[in-house]
Design a protein around this ligand. Structure first.
Ligand SMILES: Nc1ncnc2c1ncn2[C@@H]1O[C@H](COP(=O)(O)OP(=O)(O)OP(=O)(O)O)[C@@H](O)[C@H]1O
Length: 218
């Protein structure tokens, strides 16, 4: 569904990404692994069109949807929620950004709340949520518009095992629905558990790339 060809990104004198070519297909979870400063977030921001100033090409191979905003659900490393209002209000805000309204918006909010396991806490203020609950809500906000490609930038940092389980179950469901997921993480055991393929990135270059079982044997 997505091809990257010779993608390069330079910040002033710092070459953050150096000739990255990759293909992503539906129904698979791709682990993106690398040390601090390897270029993971830069790559994810290029794929999500947050960074538009780069060299090389990025092509969505299925033209069924109008633009990348409709295709992509981007879950940033930072929690991006308004804590003074409820989970429902946060979901409603993000749903409207994606053009959802009325009954469709209500239906999607209820579905997402169920998927992230927060139905009974929907009317609670986010400031009263645990770190793991905030992470789950952060993910939910990016799924309302049923994106085809979901980008998760280290979504399990500082969370409890129950929230981690919810996130992993969610990834399995998204794969079953034919979505592609790109999952950046520092944790190899997470990549082994949920990813079909892994991309090891170091100093802006691809060090290894392929099926997780094959890479593990290596
Ligand atoms: N806005 C920016 N301006 C200048 N340099 C930047 C900027 N963003 C990132 N960099 C640099 O680009 C390189 C790659 O950074 P990036 O954040 O993509 O790495 P990362 O693999 O996501 O790291 P981490 O695991 O710490 O999140 C680093 O050397 C970083 O300092």
């Amino acid at each position: 569904m997505l091809n990257l060809k010779s993608v390069k990104k330079q910040y002033e004198r710092n070459m953050a990404l150096n000739d990255i070519s990759l293909n992503f297909s539906r129904g698979k979870c791709y682990g993106l692994v690398g040390p601090n400063g390897a270029g993971k977030t830069t790559l994810l921001k290029i794929i999500s069109s947050i960074i538009q100033d780069f060299d090389g090409s990025l092509t969505f191979t299925e033209a069924s949807r109008a633009n990348s905003k409709e295709i992509i659900g981007y879950i940033p490393q930072e929690i991006c929620l308004e804590e003074t209002v409820t989970a429902w209000d946060n979901l409603s805000f993000f749903g409207k950004i994606y053009g959802l309204k009325g009954q469709t918006l209500k239906l999607r909010i209820n579905e997402v709340l169920n998927d992230i396991g927060l139905t009974d806490k929907a009317k609670h203020k986010v400031s009263a949520y645990s770190g793991g609950m905030k992470r789950r809500l952060n993910i939910g906000c990016a799924l309302l518009h049923t994106p085809d490609l979901i980008i998760m930038d280290e979504p399990t940092i500082g969370i409890d095992p129950q929230s981690r389980r919810y996130i992993f179950n969610m990834i399995e469901k998204l794969k079953e629905h034919g979505c592609a997921i790109i999952y950046a993480s520092h944790y190899m055991e997470e990549i082994e558990q949920i990813c079909d393929e892994a991309i090891f990135i170091d100093k802006g270059n691809i060090a290894e790339n392929g099926r997780v079982d094959v890479l593990l044997q290596k």
